[in-house]
Design a protein around this ligand. Structure first.
Ligand code: HSE
Length: 305
């Protein structure tokens, strides 16, 4: 009988512009690793990274706690977390740990859960960091590729991204507020104009069509959000300049990665991603902000290693 498992889950970008809380894309930029081992009793979290070690405050710990409760698991567990995804920068860090925990728990206790259920449990982990449950990052991290999260009825639809798709992510070196996702959700409008919603919906639909047709140009040109991005961009120094520079350097579409502050540019293999990255760096420099950049591709989901 298996007494321990290790699962690796990728970073991700959420929203992709107009798909707030609905779209997610797994990225091969970074990975979190979760090691889960049966023990006598309780949940013990260990990590060399600066993350909360109390189960209720840790996205992976909360997932394990809820799954143990739901499936009436008597055994205790030791949970070791190795962070690879930068924490708090809009790259789905808490989601990667939560997704890895959900998949690891399922494997360790032979639960054979379906993918929607794995995503649902992983989503509970977001409560530990974001204060509310949303499934876009965890769905991408769990299943890989491009995902659409439907909440009523709950269903995650996965589409294999085009091989040509390349992403440039610029991660600014700025201080992140405590509970960053909660902060960046608190600036969002409670109501939106119908005409704005129609414009966002049309672009969201075109993004889905772009993934279905494996059309990178269609995906990129539809990364346009007139609701969430304008409300959040003031939280990111130099946002407009970074976006303008990236588009000028050949990016097809640019937006905030998840709740930010990273900025993501969508492009194709035939473009010049290094040029786009350096244009984004210059954009941040115009606001006296340094950044690191990473060129990445869509990733597979959480897997046992
Ligand atoms: N959809 C979420 C947001 C992703 O933008 O707030 C962040 O976790």
């Amino acid at each position: 009988m298996v007494s321990s498992v290790v699962v690796r889950a990728p970073s991700s970008t959420a929203n992709l512009g107009p798909g707030f809380d609905v779209f997610g894309l797994a990225l091969d930029a970074y990975y979190d690793e979760v090691y889960l081992e049966k023990s006598d009793h309780g949940i013990k979290i260990q990590s060399f990274d600066t993350i909360p070690l109390v189960p209720e405050k840790n996205s992976a710990g909360l997932v394990v706690k809820e799954m143990a409760k739901k499936f009436e698991i008597k055994s205790g567990v030791v949970l070791k977390i190795k962070k690879g995804v930068p924490v708090g920068f809009g790259m789905g860090s808490s989601a990667a740990s939560a997704a890895a925990a959900s998949v690891a728990f399922d494997a360790l206790f032979n639960l054979n859960l379906d993918s929607n259920t794995l995503v649902k449990f992983a989503g509970i982990g977001e409560r530990a960091s974001a204060g509310s449950v949303h499934y876009d990052n965890v769905a991408a991290s769990t299943l890989g590729g491009f995902v659409i999260v439907r909440t009523d009825p709950f269903d995650v639809i996965k589409i294999e991204p085009p091989k040509e798709l390349v992403l440039c992510v610029a991660i600014p070196k700025i201080d992140i507020p405590m509970k960053k996702t909660q902060v960046s959700r608190s600036v969002l409008p409670k109501q939106v104009k119908l005409s704005d919603s129609v414009r966002n919906l049309s672009n969201a639909a075109a993004i889905v069509a772009g993934f279905m047709k494996k059309d990178v140009e269609l995906i990129g040109s539809s990364i346009k959000d007139i609701i969430i991005e304008p409300a959040r961009q003031h939280l990111i120094p130099g946002f407009n300049q970074v976006k303008e520079n990236a588009l000028h350097a050949g990016a097809l579409g640019v937006t905030i990665s998840g709740a930010g502050p990273s900025i993501i540019a969508f492009t194709s293999r035939s473009s010049n991603p290094k040029k786009i990255c350096s244009a984004m760096e210059k954009g941040f420099m115009s606001a006296k902000t340094k950044c690191s950049t990473v060129i990445c591709r869509p990733s597979k989901g959480a897997i046992k290693v």
